[in-house]
Ligand binder design. Structure first.
Ligand code: FES
Ligand SMILES: [Fe+2]
Length: 387
């Protein structure tokens, strides 16, 4: 993001902090409790995610030719590779023989040998070796291969489509946000690994926790609220995506400082919600990524939490410090946000009350739910046209 834009956002955030105010939606909004609990809605949500471009990681996870990484997306194991010509490819990580994952983790390899019976694939997905060939007269080495999925690197991130026949148009998906996301550079920072939260909460409750900072003063009283304002958010929508600015307490110090001396990015956390299921949290030193997926039932979701840093991790003490920050951020989400919303999920499922209320001071929440509802309605319309 260029300095003029950052200064402009800082001006807006500073005014809100000074006035003890927050950006407001025009009205309050109700959503049905069933949105978080019904099997029908759960199935439609899953279909929505399957049909959407999926951000699965940072481009820095595939640093050079020969690099590979594996990702689990809604239970699907996906292998991503960077081939010798530098392009990114993605495949179902499912062996043609008896469906073992061919490889796990990440690293560098030009060939992958399945751990079960040693069928071997190159990093363009081609089957290049079958021990005991006479057992498989119908299998053609060098022409058969792993199922390829549409893949792209765009705006600093790795993207896949889970439908092999889909067209993956990430530029159209991100629209005007693409350049801004790219400008942070967080996709090119050093990745710090993945941590997984398998929780008894609907996936939308998980996304909701990142959609407002009204809860900071209570839920994060001892953690984030010691450095960040509560109930104070700059909100901007970008089609189905949105951006929130959470000002830090230090922003008030800018009041007495000429704008030319501002170091604006030092005074805020920038949160992006990318439709439908991705959250990014950007600060001067951390590029956190939350990939949030529906689980096997409405009341279960999987969050894959990643972080990247601009620091030089070749220094051991710097690397240990960066991991400690990642551990702290993860523990806060796990032990404060997600633990608390487990109670919401239980109440929603109890049927005691049939709706929830989103305040005018929660425009991010309102935007998330409005865009999901709109996308589901348009998917229903399209299905009706096909019938
Ligand atoms: S399942 Fe992969 S070689 Fe048998
Ligand atoms: Fe939170």
């Amino acid at each position: 993001m260029d300095r003029d834009q950052l200064v402009d956002l800082t001006r807006r955030a500073l005014k809100l902090a000074r006035d003890k105010a927050t950006d407001l939606a025009p009205a309050t909004h109700r959503v049905d409790a069933a949105d978080y609990t019904s099997v029908d809605r759960h199935n439609r949500d899953r279909a929505l995610l399957l049909a959407s471009p999926q951000l699965v990681g940072y481009v820095s996870e595939l640093a050079g030719p020969g690099a590979y990484c594996t990702k689990t997306v809604m239970g699907r194991s996906v292998l991503l590779t960077r081939t010798s010509d530098g392009s990114v490819k993605a495949f179902d990580n499912v062996c043609l023989h008896r469906q073992s994952p061919v490889v796990t983790g990440r690293g560098s390899a030009k060939r992958f040998t399945c751990p079960y019976h040693a069928w071997t694939y190159d990093n363009t997905g081609r089957l290049v070796g079958v021990p005991g060939r006479e057992g498989f007269p119908d299998v053609t080495v060098k022409s058969d291969g792993l199922t390829e999925l549409p893949a792209a690197e765009f705006a600093g991130f790795l993207w896949v489509a889970l439908d092999p026949g889909a067209t993956l148009d990430v530029a159209a998906h991100l629209g005007p946000l693409a350049d801004e996301l790219d400008s942070w550079g967080i996709g090119r920072w050093s990745p710090l690994g993945e941590k997984v939260l398998d929780c008894p909460i609907n996936w939308k409750l998980a996304v909701d926790t990142f959609s407002e900072n009204y809860h900071f003063a209570t839920v994060h009283r001892q953690t984030f609220a010691t450095i960040a304002r509560s109930n104070c958010t700059v909100f901007d929508a970008y089609g189905p995506h949105h951006r929130l600015i959470f000002p830090l307490n230090t922003i008030l110090e800018l009041d007495d400082m000429p704008e030319e001396q501002w170091n604006p990015f030092h005074n805020m956390v920038v949160i992006y919600a990318l439709f439908p299921n991705i959250v990014l949290s950007v600060t001067i030193a951390n590029g956190e990524l939350f990939r949030i997926y529906p689980g096997d039932r409405p009341g279960r979701s999987i969050t894959v939490h990643q972080n990247s840093t601009p620091l030089d991790l070749s220094d051991e003490s710097v690397a240990a410090g960066a991991q400690a920050v990642f551990d702290y951020a993860h523990a806060t989400v796990r032990d404060e946000d997600y633990r608390l919303v487990e109670g919401l999920q239980a109440n929603l499922e109890s049927g005691a009350r049939d709706h929830l209320l989103f305040g005018r001071n929660e425009p991010g929440l309102q935007h998330r739910h409005a865009t999901w509802a709109r996308a589901l309605a348009s998917a229903t319309d399209q299905a009706a046209v096909r019938l």
